[in-house]
Design a binder for this molecule. Structure first.
Ligand code: SF4
Length: 326
């Protein structure tokens, strides 16, 4: 039996591609990926709907390094889709070899995304993956050059599709034919396509080029500030964010809270506050219930070392001047 590995994002295109391949009697194993920027939850639900097995790979380290300097650049935001797709196909190719499968495929549609899914980009992705001779794009295959698996007769080109462009209509009609009623809309799922998150990430990359996956986790929480001495300050906006910040904080980080007043958890990741500690404490008090007209105490903790700082809550203009991604 012919076996294939399907890249399964959980989006409609990837689900339809699996169906089109399965209809040829080909056995499909799904593969999906996890990084700090996207997870595999949608893919898991899709695999359940499709009744296929799914392998989830954590590619955080390699993906993070690529995001810092993608050879083919970024899309509209911080999304390096060409290199990201090539990396995914590369891992899918490795899985194909390990499982003795015959080819790999995805739900990409020619022209659906102008920058990363035009003819040239699709061929750059295929070449960059190292498995170009094994890639099939079932939804647009009849508009693309004949792939090696088609040539070898592993998959029948006549039964593949010729969908192109940004309209979702053909895909929705196909979804109805396959009885898919509940599928995610195309937007969302990858933080690298989000303008607000991208602004934060761009700032981090500029100021701390060797940032880690943990720094990315901090980017997802609360208000963010870059203090005059260079320290980063993250301020929780609600209870769940305060809890998340406490979860993320490690021994070397500085954690600041208002003393005697309700208010946010504030963290300086890495704890290198330099001359910024008073500014950080005053921002913390600004977002607490402490009245703004007098000096108040802020508790500053680093591991087991706790001290109290007496500062006046920052005024709004000062806060705005150091805020990231407003
Ligand atoms: S949208 Fe995100 S996950 Fe998808 S290819 Fe682009 S960078 Fe990768």
């Amino acid at each position: 039996m012919v076996k294939a590995i399907g890249l399964l994002s959980g989006g409609l295109g990837s689900m339809l591609a699996v169906k089109v391949i399965q209809e040829q009697g080909i056995d499909v194993l799904g593969v999906s990926f996890r990084t700090p920027f996207f997870g595999a939850d949608k893919a898991r639900s899709a695999a359940e709907v499709l009744g296929i097995e799914l392998e989830v790979m954590d590619i955080t380290g390699e993906h993070l390094e690529m995001v810092k300097d993608p050879p083919h650049g970024y899309g509209r935001n911080m999304n390096p889709c060409i290199d990201c797709h090539a990396m995914m196909f590369n891992h899918a190719g490795g899985l194909m070899e390990r499982t003795g499968s015959d080819f790999i495929f995805s739900g990409e549609v020619l022209g659906e995304r102008p920058m990363s899914q035009n003819r040239q980009a699709l061929s750059v992705v295929a070449r960059g993956s190292g498995y170009g001779d094994y890639i099939v794009r079932p939804l647009s295959a009849r508009l693309l050059p004949v792939s090696a698996p088609e040539e070898k007769g592993l998959v029948n080109r006549d039964l593949l599709l010729d969908i192109s462009g940004r309209s979702r209509k053909p895909q929705m009609e196909l979804a109805a034919r396959y009885g898919f009623t509940d599928y995610p809309n195309p937007a969302g799922g990858c933080l690298l396509t989000d303008p607000g998150f991208s602004a934060r990430l761009r700032e981090l990359e500029e100021k701390e080029p060797s940032f880690t996956a943990r720094d990315v986790e901090f980017l997802k929480v609360g208000r963010q500030f870059r203090l005059p001495g260079g320290a980063k300050l993250v301020v929780g906006r609600k209870h769940a964010e305060n809890e998340r910040l406490l979860e993320l904080a490690r021994v070397g980080d500085i954690v600041i809270k208002a003393d005697g007043y309700a208010g946010p958890v504030c963290v300086i990741p890495g704890g290198e506050a330099g001359g910024d500690i008073e500014k950080a404490a005053s921002i913390c008090l600004r977002y607490s219930d402490a009245p703004g007209d007098k000096e108040k105490l802020a508790e500053v903790r680093r591991g087991g070392d706790v001290r109290m700082l007496r500062v006046r809550p920052c005024d709004q203009a000062d806060v705005d001047s150091v805020r990231i991604g407003v």
